[in-house]
Ligand binder design. Structure first.
Ligand SMILES: *Cc1c(COP(=O)(O)O)cnc(C)c1O
Length: 360
């Protein structure tokens, strides 16, 4: 068989299980409820969730209704709660209940829609409630929640979870963290029978005050550090590698690739790789990002749609050798930073063109 010019994306489920255990240890008794939205951060919600279920996870979060329906099919008979962050959107009641999905109610309009649906049901409808405690993105205001409770407008809904989301969790010293914490503690006090959850990956590492009953990690399960920098306790789950297609010499002063921005500083050898931004390598990574080839870190020169060029210097390498663009040597947070982005975006961009392999 001729060697493939295709990139390979390997997803290490043992590394995923390791990260789950690290977070569970940090959570110290709080439930660890994985967030597997956007197809498990691009890595495959089904295989990711099945492995985490086997490791003991019982509650999962997705963003969209359709993601929840697909995850319910993926988990088949396994007992699991699946919460949909988009909540209760127009007419979604029958589909939510058919797949036993719990909506996270984010506004008074969603509360009303859920109540109208509950009126058609034999028993109370299980819901979670999201409160905005200072991120100003999603969720009911504290004052709205107090009003709903005071006027008994949650009747017919069984609020099993009250949650909120931190806007500055990756920055442990940020004053917004304690402000959101105290706003959340106040609102959750209105629901003595519900469980409470404030922390995503970042918050899960902010210490005991932030854990409540449940933490909701996404990126740290996949190896992204809670403070957006590499964390040695976590392992890389996604490894993107591409084959060397060709090696050539470039004389000092020559321009490389499109445009006039990149010039070889000295005469060198470059390797052409079968991977590009169509495979999910963010184009901006060429500014300061790196690849790992022949046992060392290499400078990226260009990232085009299908091709990437790296500096090889005098390294021993041959066409067909695999080069790492993301993985245990080229860390997610470092590569994301070079691209001016965050680990989350770097992962979800990994497209389906690369050949996927699950390990473990
Ligand atoms: C995406 C998301 C998470 C997970 O965030 P990470 O930073 O990936 O850990 C948790 N909670 C909510 C509400 C989210 O939208």
């Amino acid at each position: 068989m001729a060697p493939s010019s295709r990139a390979r994306l390997s997803i290490d489920l043992d590394a995923l299980a390791h990260n789950y255990r690290v977070i569970a240890q940090e959570a110290n008794g709080a439930e660890v409820a994985p967030v597997v939205k956007a197809d498990g951060y691009g890595l495959g919600a089904g295989p990711i969730a099945r492995r985490l279920r086997a490791e003991g996870a019982k509650t999962f979060f997705v963003a969209r209704l359709e993601e929840g329906e697909a995850l319910r099919r993926d988990l088949a008979e396994a007992a699991a709660d699946i919460l949909v962050l988009d909540g209760f959107t127009g007419g979604s009641g029958p589909r939510l209940s058919a797949s036993r999905l719990t909506p996270v109610l984010n506004s008074t309009a969603q509360v009303s829609a859920a109540r109208a649906f509950a009126d058609t049901q034999p028993g109370p409808v299980a819901c979670a409630l999201q409160v905005d405690t200072g991120m100003n993105r999603q969720g009911l205001a504290g004052i709205e929640v107090r009003h709903l409770v005071a006027t008994d407008q949650l009747a017919g809904l069984q609020i099993g979870l009250v949650m909120s989301h931190l806007g500055s969790g990756a920055d442990p010293g940020h004053p917004r963290n304690p402000a959101q914490l105290s706003a959340f503690a106040e609102v959750r006090g209105l629901f003595p029978d519900a469980r409470a959850s404030l922390a995503a990956s970042a918050g899960a590492f902010l210490g005991p005050d932030y854990r409540f009953d449940m933490v909701r990690p996404g990126i740290s399960l996949f190896g992204g550090g809670p403070q957006e920098t590499p964390d040695p306790r976590l392992k890389a789950v996604a490894c993107l590698e591409a084959p060397i297609l060709d090696i050539r010499s470039v004389a000092a002063g020559e321009l490389i690739g499109y445009g006039v921005t990149i010039r070889a500083e000295a005469t060198t050898r470059v390797a052409l790789l079968g991977v590009g931004y169509a495979d999910g390598v963010i184009r901006a990574t060429r500014k300061g990002g790196s690849a790992w080839a022949a046992g060392a870190r290499r400078r990226l020169y260009i990232v085009d749609m299908d091709l990437t060029v790296i500096d090889l210097g005098t390294a021993e390498a041959r066409p067909g050798d695999m080069v790492e663009l993301l993985g245990p040597h080229v860390l997610l947070d470092d590569q994301a930073r070079a691209a001016g982005s965050i680990a989350h975006e770097c992962l979800v961009r990994l497209s389906s063109r690369a050949q996927r392999v699950y390990l473990g």
